[in-house]
Design a protein around this ligand. Structure first.
Ligand code: ADP
Length: 492
């Protein structure tokens, strides 16, 4: 057996499917992590920042109007930073220098160490200006993400509108910086978790796929082994077993059934080979014996010679029909033969086939009664149909009773259907044999002396041909009284 396509094993396919499934899940999780989570985080931070910023803007704006409010401003800013761990709040001049808070007031030793990133501050200022220029109300400040990861809030107090000492005459900016440190840390730890999950999932996929494939392939391997043994001719194998899933069970049943059938035909074939060999040998022996006789004894006696040559001719005919039957059946079965359908006068056709039995009527006292309706047509392969009619009538001749009577009928049974019947008065066919007689090489157990040499293939040819035509057929029989074989032809 050559295998053109490369076929993968079930374990590989399972493993691949599991890995693909795991990959999709992990990919989705990563995607969710990196983009969606960021979007959620961002929205929340912007909200937080806006509320902290706006509250501070109002409060500081108010404190700036109070002469001597410097200390209050400082205190307020440190308080905001203490309440919001992630927030750093500044008042900056236009160049980004820190104006407030000016000193460390925090009793816990809160140190004002972090300088604002001036570059980010400048971008925030530009953003604020652009927003105002764009016509949007930015009078109470804006929260924004500037340059990627920096969440800041920025608002402007116009120059010269304050009573406290500010160290500048220009505009003053309230600048709140929201540290993304925590979010980053959370994301970082999630990433670690995700990597761990990825590794675990891939490992699990591997383990599960291996276990599953073992579970799936074990019965397959078992059945394959059994089938190989059967192919080698051992029909004692048993496919049925303890299978863990229904499909295997069904397959085992089917194979057991197939095994029985094949076994049957195997036994049959052996028997038939013996039969056929025997059938071939008998006429050959006869032919040889009579030929020798002619050569040595009867050559000069015309009467005897004629008798002996007739035996040779008869035996040769039997041989020919035997060989023909074997050839025919294998030809039809192998499907090499296709039907050559044509419309034919069935009435005339049957009558012509019956003529071939005239010699039996004349020489052996058979009566063939005919009730054939005229002018009935059907469509069939004439050559093959001839075998059907010939075999059925031949069987009737062989198996009919002492009265040597056979009846042939052809009628229009109902509209569009023609019924052809061959009836004999023989001992009939018992119910249990009616299905098997159509099988190849089937012969009822008892041997039977008959006028036409049979091969055990006759009805098998009938069945094959009629099935190929899609014609209905069958047998009705009463044991002891006789049988009627019938074929239903479509009227054409
Ligand atoms: P063969 O007649 O050569 O044995 P067939 O295939 O024609 O083979 O028939 C198969 C078997 O069917 C016969 O051996 C016989 O037992 C049975 N059979 C066929 N036709 C008849 C019949 N008309 N009456 C009784 N038995 C029959």
């Amino acid at each position: 057996m050559t295998r053109k396509r490369h076929i993968y094993g079930i374990n590989f396919i399972l493993w691949l499917s599991f890995i693909a499934f795991a990959a999709v899940i992990i990919l989705l999780t990563w995607l969710f992590q990196t983009t969606l989570l960021r979007v959620f985080f961002g929205a929340e931070m912007t909200d937080d920042l806006t509320s902290v910023g706006e509250e501070a803007y109002d409060r500081i704006g108010f404190l700036m109007q109070i002469p001597g409010g410097e200390e209050e401003i400082n205190r307020f800013m440190v308080q905001v930073m203490n309440e919001n761990d992630l927030v750093t709040i500044y008042l900056l001049d236009t160049s980004g220098n820190i104006l407030y808070p000016t000193e460390v007031i925090d009793p816990d030793g809160y140190g004002f160490v972090v300088e604002p990133d001036v570059a980010v501050f400048r971008r925030a200022v530009t953003y604020l200006e652009e927003t105002v220029a764009g016509g949007q109300d930015a009078s109470r400040g804006l929260a924004a993400v500037v340059s990627g990861e920096n969440y800041v809030y920025i608002a402007r107090y116009p120059a010269g509108r304050y009573a406290v000492d500010m160290n500048t005459t220009g505009d003053i900016y309230l600048y709140v910086d929201y540290s993304t440190q925590l979010a980053e840390a959370a994301m970082g730890s999630m990433r670690v978790q995700l990597i761990a999950i990825t590794v675990i999932v891939i490992f699990l996929a591997l383990v599960i796929s291996v276990l599953l494939s073992l579970w799936l392939t074990k019965p397959i391997k078992r059945i394959t082994r059994a089938a190989k043994r059967m192919a080698a001719g051992d029909f004692s194998v048993n496919f049925k077993g303890e299978y863990s899933y229904a499909e295997m069970d069904a397959l085992a049943d089917t194979l057991d059934y197939a095994k029985e059938e094949i076994g049957k035909s195997d036994a049959l074939q052996k028997e038939v080979l013996a039969n056929v060999t025997h059938d071939l040998k008998t006429p050959l022996t006869m032919i040889k014996a009579y030929a020798s006789m002619i050569q040595e004894i009867s050559g000069a006696d015309p009467e005897k010679r004629a008798k002996h040559t007739q035996v040779i001719i008869d035996e040769s005919d039997r041989l020919t029909s035997l060989v023909n039957d074997i050839l025919n059946i294998s030809k039809i079965r192998s499907g090499m033969d296709t039907l050559k359908l044509r419309r034919l006068n069935l009435s005339d056709f049957i009558r012509t086939v019956l003529e071939r039995f005239d010699y039996l009527v004349e020489t052996q006292g058979f009566t063939i009664e005919r009730e054939i309706e005229e002018g009935l047509y059907t469509e069939a392969d004439a050559e093959k149909l001839e075998q059907v009619v010939y075999n059925l009538v031949g069987n009737a001749v062989n198996y009919t009773g002492e009265d040597k009577k056979i009846s042939i009928g052809l009628h229009r049974e109902e509209k569009g259907t023609l019924r052809f019947t061959v009836t004999d008065t023989g001992k009939g066919i018992p119910e249990e044999e009616r299905a098997t007689i159509w099988d190849r090489y089937y012969r009822s157990a008892e041997t039977h002396k008959r006028p036409i040499k049979g091969t055990g293939l006759g009805l098998s040819i009938v069945k094959t041909v009629l099935l190929k035509h899609d014609f209905r057929f069958g047998v009705e029989s009463e044991v002891g009284k006789g049988s009627t074989f019938y074929v239903l032809f479509p009227e054409k």
